[in-house]
Design a protein around this ligand. Structure first.
Ligand SMILES: C[S@@+](CC[C@H](N)C(=O)[O-])C[C@H]1O[C@@H](n2cnc3c(N)ncnc32)[C@H](O)[C@@H]1O
Length: 191
């Protein structure tokens, strides 16, 4: 059973306060660095990072010329455009506002029972024609999260519901401890 506290900011604030944020890579995710140098790089535009943590990937996209903004409810990263927000409210607060939404390790952090709701919030925040870029981790059974494991089938049925799948791969550029355990998926919102 997931710890019901994961839906509350206090759970995450405690981890940050204790210096126990073991998920923090200390810099941008190499998969996104690689993506921005490839044909998969999205056109420049407004980019949302739900559950951005300390904001390394927001800085990466800002440096590459994107109008990027981070969202989190437990930490206030310095030096980046940022909004304190419960990510389940992203679509409501910013309807059809973003060209791109980048998901990394927030999907695995929330209560798995709320994944469809989270996916709906991301979809609602995207403009028609906008892209959801998700680096999904960990692609293995892990009921006692966070991180909660992700099943291959739910990539389409839950995260990508109502979206068009453009790309899926197991990136070679993942950090060593996550290599083979991540999927990079890119969806497009119809319209
Ligand atoms: C595992 S961390 C990942 C942080 C960042 N994406 C990274 O890769 O370093 C999950 C983040 O999501 C945030 N988070 C979890 N649930 C949230 C919610 N409902 N609303 C806003 N932020 C949330 C946590 O505060 C935490 O910063």
């Amino acid at each position: 059973m997931p710890d019901p506290d994961v839906s509350h900011s206090g759970f995450w604030k405690k981890i940050y306060a204790a210096g126990d944020a073991g998920w923090d890579l200390g810099g941008p995710c190499p998969v996104f660095e690689h993506l921005l140098r490839s044909d998969l790089a999205p056109p420049r535009g407004r980019v949302a990072f739900p559950g951005c943590g300390t904001g390394h990937d927001v800085r990466l996209f800002l440096a590459a010329g994107y109008d990027a903004v981070g969202f989190d409810f437990a930490i206030e990263p310095k030096g980046i455009p940022f909004e304190h927000l419960d990510v389940f409210e992203l679509g409501e607060r910013h309807p059809a506002a973003f060209d791109v939404v980048v998901e990394y390790t927030c999907y695995c952090a929330i209560d798995p029972a709320r994944r469809a709701e989270y996916a709906g919030a991301l979809r609602a925040a995207l403009k028609a024609g906008g892209r959801l870029i998700a680096l999904l981790y960990p692609m293995e059974p892990r009921p006692d999260g966070p991180p909660f494991g992700i099943d291959e089938a739910e990539i389409d049925t839950v995260l990508g519901a109502g979206l068009e799948l453009l790309h899926v791969e197991t990136p070679a550029s993942s950090v060593e401890s996550r290599r083979g355990r991540e999927r990079l998926v890119i969806f497009r919102k119809p319209g």
